[in-house]
Design a protein around this ligand. Sequence first.
Ligand code: ADP
Ligand code: GN1
Ligand code: MG
Length: 370
Amino acid sequence: MNTTHYHAIFEEFQIPGSYLDSRPYGSGHINDTYVVSFSQAGTRVRYIMQRINHLVFRNPKAVMENILRVTEELHRRLEEDQVPDTSRRALRIIPSREGAPFANDKEGNFWRCYAFIEGAKTYDIIQNATQAYEAARAFGEFQGMVSALPGARLHETIPNFHNTRSRFDVLQSAVEANSHGRLKDVGAEWDFIRAHESLVDVLIDLQAQGNIPERITHNDTKLNNVMIDDTTETGICVIDLDTVMPGLALYDFGDMVRTATSPALEDEKDLSKVRMQMPMFEALVRGYLSGAKGFLTEAEISHLAFSGKLITLEIGIRFLADFLSGDTYFKIKRPEHNLDRCRTQLALVRSIEEQEAAMNAFVEQEVAKK
Ligand code: ADP
Ligand code: GN1
Ligand code: MG
């Protein structure tokens, strides 16, 4: 990062002490994230500074309004429940000098600043079943803690974000447009997705029939959006709150299955490494139910395994649509990056299908236990 240029933005926030240094941070696909250090009475204190991607989030003010409400509610609940170490258990927004939850730079970009959660990390690949359990418990508890958020309905920061029918239709249009001449490279992937088209309406129909309720959900429950404490290995803090908005609980569980059951990276080229590992799924189910069982309906519980398959298919659809449209949405580091990502998703869908009966049997058995 050009520190001379960005130095100005640090000064817009209520951060005491003197600036030390900064560097790009994390492996998110959307925002630009930096870790920034300040010297405060001789101590190095770190912050996370993020430029919100306003091509993805068209209304950054609405995003920050949501996040402010949600983080205030989380801190209130944590304090009410007298949970120890509350300052590390929910994101804390550092306000701008004007008292806003964001600041603008000269180009009109929106920046925000969070206190850095020290002594914890995020993982791109699951290391063990304890992490799966902890991530799922943390996301489940998160849903519980924001369920009674007072005030108006949250803004939909990205409309139709998990509308799998509309995601499918967008891909179909990208196939028809073939704007970058890439359709010839994706025949097998498009065939696979087309053969699975009927899946995309299942949750939408269940919601329309009143069998699955709208809730406040996180909507981006990637494994690397929960911080795991270095010492205790507990899921200490749910982060990346840009997409917290009305949604279905199953979107959250499904994305955990997508990102926490396979031992391969999302962009792994060797597809033989991609697989749904049953012990990780079992840990996710146990962790999620420990945090969320109190409020889940029967229809939600019976679609836990299905949601993993659906959300993995959905993200595969999104990666393929972005590849066909010239890679305008997800950050890429190589020409076929989005296609590689799509392929891992479809391989994981296959692996889930092979084990879906066993996954469902496990859920039933767990629910019957308690
Ligand atoms: P993106 O939307 O681009 O995924 P995230 O908000 O997830 O951005 O941030 C990217 C990475 O930065 C995270 O995966 C995490 O490792 C790190 N990170 C974000 N917020 C914090 C924080 N408050 N404390 C420590 N690390 C953080
Ligand atoms: C993006 O921001 P990040 O990297 O946590 C994306 C998710 C996708 C994910 C795929 C706002 O998540 O929806 O599932 O990439 N976020 C947005 O890795 O589109
Ligand atoms: Mg993230």
